[in-house]
Every structure is written in C-alpha cells, then in structure tokens.
Design a protein around this ligand. Structure first.
Ligand SMILES: O=C(O)c1ccccc1N[C@@H]1O[C@H](COP(=O)(O)O)[C@@H](O)[C@H]1O
Length: 214
C-alpha cells in the first residue's frame, strides 16, 4: 500500500491547492501562538472550507483547553486533531468523547523510552505520530529536527502510526525505507522560510514519498 502523506503548516489557499494536487492525504493546520504557521480561526474557517471533501483536515494543537476547542470546532470542521503537547491518555479520551473527533497523539522522541511511551496511547489515540523532541523552550515541533530513526528498530506497534521530524524531499525516501512508516508528515521541509510554503518542495516531497515503494 502506498505511503500516506500529511503536509502541515498550511496558511494560504495556493499552498493548499499544491498539497491537494501533489496527492497528499492530510492537510495540517496549526493553532499555536508562537508558531510562524499559526492560524486565526477566521483563516482556518476559509481554508477548511476550501479543503472540504478534497483532503482530510488535521488541526494541530498543543495542550488545548476545552474553551479553545469549543471555539475551534464552532469555527471550522476537521477530520482529526493532532495533539502535540503533554496530553495524557485520559485527556485524549475526554477530547474524543466531548468533540467526536479523531485524535492523533504526537510522541516526542529522543531516546528509546520515548518510543515505548507510545504504548500508553494504543487503543486511546486514533493515530500515533513519532516526532523529534525539540530543545527546552523551543517550539514543540516544526523545527526541521529529526531523531535517530534506529530508535524505531523492532517497533511492534499494532496501531496506526507515522513518522515526522526533519523530513524533506531529499530524505523522505530513505526515511520510509529505513522505518517502514505507513505515513510521513512534513512541515518545514516543504518551506522556503519558516511559515512560507514552497510549491516545488511540496510536489517534490510527495513525488519522492509516493515513488518509494511504487
Ligand atoms: O510547525 C510548527 O510550527 C509546530 C508548532 C507546534 C507544534 C508542532 C509543530 N509542527 C509539527 O512538527 C512536526 C515536524 O515538523 P518538521 O517537519 O520537522 O518541521 C510536524 O507534524 C509539524 O506539523
């Protein structure tokens, strides 16, 4: 089966069209005030309408309050949310029940114990995403950092999962071959500057990922 692709950090209609045209499966929209990809609820409403029925929409949020989620889901529709903070399994259950939305959990990885933490979310999260741990005080993702993919060796996760962190058009083929990830997720590797999507990089990333086992 072809690898699935999520392109995250979409902020403008042109980039969304490029992501759809390139064959990505998921478009990620970021709600995090200190991110260069942060969206307002108004911007998200327009982009998610544009995406409706053409690509699955994922809202990326970090340790959200119910107050924020109430506003978010009143403004826009998403097929899933990606939780990128320190959300517990109990919090994921609460969010899924309260909002009826699929919940992805990002697991920040720097060592093998981090990978094993994913087991806490099996049967709880709809999807588990391994991403690189970022330095204290930095953004919790979107920094183009990759972790040592060998940490995933022998991974026997009987649950849907994907790989993120420092992927780009040049290394995605190796990443898929090395880790056998069923889904790859990229943000900064498809940009020309933080928050600025590059249409050629979007196309090149998807082409390389889709060709890997074709
Ligand atoms: O991209 C951001 O600004 C961001 C902010 C807060 C949390 C996560 C963020 N990005 C996500 O991190 C991974 C990896 O990104 P990259 O490819 O290494 O740049 C991805 O899921 C981004 O969407």
């Amino acid at each position: 089966m072809a690898v699935q692709i999520k392109i995250c950090g979409i902020r403008e209609p042109r980039a969304l069209e490029a992501v759809i045209a390139a064959g990505a499966n998921f478009a990620g929209f970021i709600f995090h005030a200190s991110s260069p990809r942060n969206l307002t609820l108004e911007e998200a409403a327009d982009l998610t309408i544009q995406a409706n029925g053409r690509i699955k929409r994922v809202a990326l949020i970090v340790d959200p309050t119910n107050e924020f989620l109430d506003e978010l889901f009143a403004s826009a529709r998403f097929e899933a949310i990606q939780l990128q903070g320190s959300e517990s399994p109990e919090r994921l259950i609460e969010i899924r029940e309260r909002y009826g939305v699929r919940a992805w959990k990002a697991i920040s990885v720097a060592k093998r114990e981090d990978v094993l933490r994913a087991n806490d979310y099996v049967g709880v999260a709809d999807f588990i995403l391994f991403d690189a741990k970022t330095p204290p005080g930095a953004l919790p993702g979107g920094m183009g950092l990759r972790f040592d993919w060998r940490l995933l060796d022998g991974l026997d996760l009987a649950w849907p999962w994907g790989l993120a962190g420092g992927l780009d058009p040049e290394n995605v083929d190796e990443a898929i071959k090395r880790t056998r990830a069923p889904l790859v997720d990229v943000c900064s590797g498809t940009e020309s500057a933080p928050g600025v999507k590059d249409m050629d990089k979007i196309a090149a990333f998807c082409k390389a990922a889709l060709q890997t086992f074709a």
